[in-house]
Write a protein of this length. Structure first.
Lengths: 99, 487
């Protein structure tokens, strides 16, 4: 049985904001199925009582001294933007017109 | 080819400091070499001629000093360089010029190095061959029809082709060490948190580790020392002193390993490795025994689950990290015709801007993090990460370092592993456990198999980076460095 269906791949691509093509869906579904069948081996290990590791460095509460330091200027921050207007990032419409 | 391009970083630093060569001459010699060979090698995505010559002139005028003053360096294109194009080999960042420098780039400047340009890689550092670069693959200087390793194939190839004496790479699952192995160069992954990630375009934040690439162990140690150390701008940076990696490399070069215990991981034995790789590895072990080292077999039973755990953890983090490429703040924007919504423009931008491997990993990561699958995949992978760490810790109670081949196979021909992505993932079989644990590891050339370089990996405990340099330098002192055929 396949670990992941074409429909699931399409759903995940939508969630990931990837406008994938039909041809990509066909290809990715097969490839991701092979990958998932392989990585599913993690399930062989009995690890119920093992704590998870998210990070190899056990640092917590990392703060710096509360000293102001220079940051990017507005101009620098906008320098790579595909579109900017009056000192701001310009984006396509977010709401429908009737909203 | 100018003799200046054949010199080591240590020799160049000495020659420049002693006024036997000017920094401008050295930079020009390397720029000339790039002009002569990079059309065939394609190690660079961007060459910063003006910037390099200006930086070199500052060294010659005495305005910049430092331990590596005037020594050229190439930087992997995943690292932000102020005003110099930085793409992570992705179309989505084509033409982006960062408004700031990564911490390690600041440190490279402070050490006096001269940046030549930005090197090719697999897109967003996802791959083992540079075949996933959006700008075309890098060719291995040993055989232009073969891969240079990845993701940092450009950095390794630039060094192997004498286009630069030093380069910076990043290692998430082996992206410094495996390219080092297949190009006959040295590549070191420092302890996670030992080098700053500030200004590194994030792939998998809990694993990404910048580090040095060089043609010999001492040069790698010199570059390591120049970039390592605590950075308050990276919250995972370790606030502790950097081990004396340069001293350790020089100690190792004396060729004495009396009393040093090397652990050979039982579970790696014959695990898909090519026969030529295994025989070069075993000959290296014999050479190290002659230097006084003792070989101990150790068992790390969970290493066999490292590759599957990695391919859940890294894509999960990537799917989250790459959400920032939304066509708003930097890079590409596609389909903004005044009618389409933000969401449609975002989806079209990401579809056009990301290559197939990046898309596969984003989808895989989104899957592993989905409710219903989270515990079975991402959660379980994190538990295996704990078990792998315990395997390392118990091994290091018995031995000083672990050793293995760096990668199971020598440089493979282009196209031979792209149709089945999992076949590509196997290149990192021996390098990935270290990333999950967080310790340091180095690849050093140990011989040839069918005329192509083989890498020997030394893995050390967390924060004991000096140990791996000592063993690697000792091996280098007996097997020597490798020189590719003339290009």
């Amino acid at each position: 049985m396949a670990a992941i269906s074409r429909e699931e791949v399409a759903h995940l691509a939508r969630l990931s904001r990837l406008a994938v093509t039909e041809e990509e869906l066909d290809r990715f579904a097969g490839q991701l199925d092979v990958i998932l069948q392989s990585v599913a081996r993690v399930g062989e290990v009995a690890a119920d009582d093992i704590p998870p590791t998210s990070h190899s460095v056990p640092l917590t509460n990392v703060y710096r001294d509360d000293v102001p330091v220079p940051c990017l200027t507005q101009e620098e921050a906008l320098s790579g933007a595909p579109d900017a207007f009056e000192g701001r990032f310009r984006v396509p419409r977010i709401l429908d017109e009737e909203d | 080819m100018s003799d200046l391009t054949k010199m080591s970083a240590a020799q160049l630093a000495k020659a420049i400091a002693g006024k036997e060569a000017s920094a401008v001459e050295v930079a020009q010699a390397h720029l000339d070499r790039i002009d002569a060979v990079d059309e065939r090698v394609h190690a660079f995505l961007h060459v910063d001629r003006e910037g390099a010559l200006a930086a070199a002139a500052k060294v010659d005028r005495g305005e910049v000093t430092g331990p590596l003053a005037g020594v050229p360096v190439a930087v992997k294109d995943v690292i932000a360089t102020k005003g110099v194009p930085t793409t992570a080999a992705s179309k989505i960042l084509e033409g982006w010029r960062p408004p700031y420098d990564a911490t390690l780039v600041e440190r490279l400047r402070a050490a006096g190095t001269v940046m030549l340009g930005k090197t090719n890689m697999d897109e967003f550092a996802m791959g083992s061959s540079t075949e996933y670069s959006a700008y075309g693959a890098t060719n291995n200087p040993w055989d232009l029809g073969r891969i240079p390793g990845g993701s940092g194939g450009g950095s390794a190839a630039a060094i192997a082709a004498y286009e630069a004496p030093l380069a910076i790479g990043t290692d998430t699952g082996g992206s410094i060490r495996q390219p080092g192995a297949v190009t006959g160069t040295v590549g070191a992954k420092p302890t996670y948190g030992g080098t700053s990630r500030y200004g590194l375009i994030a792939f998998s934040s809990s694993l990404d580790t910048p580090g040095p690439c060089a043609r010999n162990v001492e040069d790698a140690a010199l570059l390591h020392a120049a970039i390592a150390g605590h950075d308050p701008r990276d919250s995972t940076s370790i606030p502790q002193p950097v081990p004396d990696v340069v001293g350790a490399a020089r100690l190792g070069a004396t060729g004495d390993l009396t009393g040093v215990k090397l652990g050979v991981v039982k579970e790696f034995a014959g695990d898909g490795s090519e026969p030529g790789v295994l025989s070069a590895f075993h000959e290296s072990l014999e050479a190290l025994v002659k230097l006084g080292a003792e070989i101990v077999e150790v068992s790390c039973p969970h290493f066999q689950y490292a590759l599957p755990a990695y391919y859940l953890i890294a894509p999960s983090e990537a799917s989250s990290n790459l959400a920032r490429f939304d066509g708003v703040r930097y890079g590409l924007r596609v389909g903004d015709d005044g009618n389409r919504s933000l969401e449609e423009v975002m989806s079209l931008t990401r579809e056009a801007g990301f290559g197939p491997e990046v898309k596969r990993r984003i989808i895989l990561g989104a899957y592993a993090l989905s409710s219903g699958y989270y515990d079975a995949y991402y959660g379980q992978a994190q538990k295996i990460r704990t078990l792998i760490t315990r395997d390392f810790e118990s091994a290091f109670e018995r031995v000083d370092v672990l050793v293995s081949p760096t990668t199971p196979f020598v440089a493979f021909p282009f196209g031979s592993r792209t149709s089945d992505p999992y076949q590509m993932y196997l290149a990192d079989l021996f390098t990935i456990p270290t990333n999950l644990y967080g310790g340091p590891a180095i690849s050093v050339p140990c011989g040839l198999s069918e005329g192509l370089p083989v890498g020997f990996q030394v893995m050390a405990p967390t924060l004991a980076d000096d140990r791996m340099y000592r063993v690697a330098a000792a091996l280098e002192s007996t097997v020597g460095t490798l020189t590719p055929p003339a290009l």
